[in-house]
Design a protein around this ligand. Structure first.
Ligand code: NAD
Length: 357
């Protein structure tokens, strides 16, 4: 019987549609297990720009810092596309990660058996299930390195610097090894050590940390090969650990292999139990407010929140099992329905999951 404080950022586009379903699931779990979940709403992204003129108001950071975890829908949309980079809704994401010290992004790419037909990969390659965990470094590397314009040999040029310190590599690699220990004890570290100095430091550091985890089978792969192997032989992978930019790209690729962007959750973690939980997809402005968005990625993000921030393993499993039961019964939103299969709306899917809890 615990009390947990959750900051809720609905965001833009389908954000409010899907987060409301996740809130129903949180309330249902609270009822079933006797926990109190206090939810405090805060603004970020386009909704915050419209309300107070900035994508990440200080009040939002304060609400997040005073909570045990953050639930985020998604931010962004065409309405704000004309704004300068550091004023856009998406800048709120980088700001939250940086200000809350969320340096590890965990993205499970899980293909549910009931949805195995949705994968674009041939059945004989993918089998009838897939479960890869991509661990991406989130607050370093080229996205946060020095950047700008300068005079170069061909006139003005733009540059972005990829940089990592051993400390930044060590802490993310430990998270990946710990995750591997709880799974199949297999870790692939992805880098570009044949070309990049920062990748050579990455690989050297991984090899050092590996000495603390003798049970974990470790391999190293260049990022170009990893991109190829993910579609050629996805079963090779269990846990992948990599830098910010490589992880950005590979986690999207891994998610596409499962065939359903509306199904995949993510967790962003730092020191301690605090974390931010969100679906991997964006704000899908094309279907916002139409009650057709798939809320399962957000609902599964709640399961990760229970597991990683609150240590509520049974509650997490209850949510995952409820989603599996719904899928096994053939209940689908339109994005995961097969041709000729009936589909239900966002709200109805939220209710269907609650009914299985
Ligand atoms: P997107 O993920 O929003 O949408 C891609 C496609 O997938 C669209 O056709 C959309 O309808 C569909 N889709 C996405 N989520 C779905 C769901 N839950 N159910 C059913 N269909 C779903 O990506 P995009 O179109 O490239 O980006 C739209 C906006 O979202 C942009 O402003 C982008 O910057 C922003 N974005 C935000 C985040 C975030 O907040 N973390 C992440 C990615 C993109």
């Amino acid at each position: 019987m615990g009390t947990y404080n959750i900051a809720v950022i609905k965001g833009d586009g389908i954000g409010p549609d899907i987060v409301e379903q996740a809130e129903k699931v949180i309330a249902k779990i609270g009822e079933k297990f006797g926990h109190i979940f206090n939810m405090t709403e805060a603004l970020a992204g386009g909704a915050a720009i419209d309300a107070v003129g900035e994508a990440l108001p200080k009040n939002t950071i304060d609400v997040c810092k005073n909570s045990d975890a953050v639930l985020l829908g998604a931010v962004g949309g065409p309405k704000w596309d004309g704004l300068a980079g550091n004023k856009r809704p998406e800048s709120a994401l980088l700001g939250i990660r940086k200000q809350l010290g969320l340096y590890a992004n965990l993205r499970p790419a899980i293909m549910h058996k009931a949805l195995s037909n949705s994968s674009p990969i041939k059945q004989e390659i993918i089998g009838d299930n897939l479960d890869i965990l991509v661990v991406r470094e989130l607050t370093g590397g080229i996205y946060f390195g020095e950047k700008g314009y300068r005079e170069g040999p061909y006139g003005e040029e733009a540059y972005d610097v990829e940089r990592y310190s051993p400390m930044e590599i060590e802490r993310i690699v430990r998270i990946a090894f710990d995750a591997a220990m709880k799974r199949n004890k297999k870790l692939t570290s992805v880098d570009k050590a044949n070309v990049l100095e920062s990748s050579r430091l990455w690989r050297k550091t991984v090899i050092e940390i590996a000495k603390e985890y003798p049970e974990v089978e470790l391999d190293h792969m260049y990022v170009d090969n990893a991109a190829m192997q993910l579609v050629r032989n996805p079963k090779h992978f269990d846990v992948i650990v990599t830098s910010n930019m490589f992880g950005d790209i590979l986690s999207d690729e891994a998610s596409q292999i499962t065939g359903s962007i509306g199904m995949l959750p993510s967790a962003s973690l730092g020191e301690g139990a605090f974390g931010m939980y969100e679906p991997i997809h964006g704000s899908a402005p094309d279907i916002a407010g139409m009650n057709i968005a798939n809320p399962l990625a957000t609902i599964l993000s709640i399961s990760m929140m229970f597991k990683y921030s609150f240590g509520l393993e049974a509650e997490a499993k209850t949510v995952e099992d409820a989603v599996t039961k719904v899928l096994d019964k053939g209940i689908r939103t339109v994005d995961i329905a097969e041709e000729g299969q009936a589909s239900i709306g966002t709200k109805e899917m939220g209710e269907a999951v609650c009914a299985e809890i």
